[in-house]
Write a protein that binds this ligand. Structure first.
Ligand code: FAD
Length: 313
């Protein structure tokens, strides 16, 4: 069976859920080999073994953490030359997509970004043109470099006891182009990260600026909070939480849109959600065209009632 490289998405050894999803996908394609960059590989090992990594390659060269992106692409190129994988899977976040693009150029390989599914082949599925088309594709040149969106697969456990192999890479001066001068984590909200959350409750202009019912309902479900651009532009919620074409693209199990009309640019960021629920007082709002469940009503009444019901259970 061919090797499939998975770039581990982590913060100081705390592995993100997206890595479990990538490992689950990698098992469909071959033998998953995890590539861990930075410190904390021993902390990450249980999580990587839980989802079937057969081996973990640890890259600890200081340049990999001191500089943005380019050294990581260079390092992965060297790992790929040794491991000869059939595919390389990377999380579809801003850094992951840039690493993937640079890596594909270095490997002279085809690149597919933002896959919402990857099956044997590997054949990928993407949702393109603001979600109006679903495209299946297959890379025909070189090692398939694929970035995969969060929630593209449900993580399936498969216990392994992977060995850690330290791998020394050479980082060229040409790759040391952008040094990180400061790195500060965002203040914790206690809620899941928007792009990784299984459930998202988003508020729009219909909130009138009061996000308290949206947040309370989100908290009753253990969900993340999102916002439409109208809400963000009005200064009601930070831009980091905007869902849509010029915000984040999300694909949770459940997306609740409260007081959001369903403009095409908002849909572009959320319409691959598995189940969509809308609460809107206008029964002709376009959002109702794509929902699985719709509630016609005032969100200031519907959300508190729903929160109370969920909290009771
Ligand atoms: P509105 O369209 O004003 O809708 C508010 C809805 O709330 C209405 O349907 C109304 O019936 C309902 N409502 C009002 N009061 C209540 C109540 N009490 N209870 C229940 N329902 C109520 N938008 C994004 O969201 N994300 C993007 O990334 C994005 N990118 C864009 C990029 C470009 C280039 C452009 C041109 C636009 C972009 N937009 C984006 C903006 C987009 O076109 C819409 O203007 C925006 O999504 C509208 O936000 P909204 O649905 O909250 O507001």
């Amino acid at each position: 069976m061919s090797n499939v490289l998975v770039l581990v998405d982590h913060t100081a050894g705390v592995v993100r859920k997206t890595t479990a999803e990538l490992l689950t996908i990698a098992r469909r394609l071959g033998e998953p080999v995890a590539v861990f960059i930075g410190d904390g590989v021993q902390d990450a090992l249980p999580a990587l073994g839980q989802y079937g990594a057969t081996k973990v390659i640890a890259l600890t060269n200081p340049e990999l953490s001191q500089y943005l992106v380019s050294p990581k692409a260079e390092a992965l190129q060297q790992v790929a030359a040794k491991i000869e994988p059939s595919a390389i899977l990377i999380s579809s976040n801003a850094e992951g997509k840039e690493i993937a693009a640079r890596l594909a150029v270095k490997l002279e390989s085809g690149l597919i970004t933002d896959a919402v599914d990857v099956q044997e082949g590997p054949v990928t599925t993407q949702s393109v043109f603001a979600g109006n088309f679903t495209v299946k594709s297959k890379i025909t040149k070189g090692i398939a470099v694929i970035t995969v969106k969060p929630n593209a697969a449900t993580p399936e456990a498969a216990e392994t006891s992977p060995e850690v192999e330290e791998f020394d890479v050479t980082i060229s001066d040409a790759a040391k182009t952008a040094r990180i001068t400061e790195s500060k984590p965002r203040a914790a909200t206690g809620r899941p990260e928007l792009t990784e959350a299984a459930i998202i409750v988003s508020g729009g202009r219909g909130t009138g600026g009061d996000f308290a019912p949206v947040e309370a309902f989100a908290d009753s479900l253990g969900a993340a909070v999102g916002a439409s651009r109208a809400a963000v532009d009005s200064g009601w919620y930070p831009h980091a939480y905007q869902v849509g074409q010029t915000g984040k693209t999300v694909s949770p199990q459940l997306y609740v849109a409260a007081g959001i009309s369903g403009a095409i640019q908002h849909r572009a960021g959320m319409q691959t959600s598995k189940t969509i629920v809308a609460i809107n007082k206008d029964n002709e709002a376009p959002i109702f065209e794509l929902v699985d469940f719709g509630v016609v009503g005032d969100l200031h009444k519907v959300l508190p009632a729903a929160t109370e019901e969920v909290t009771k259970r």
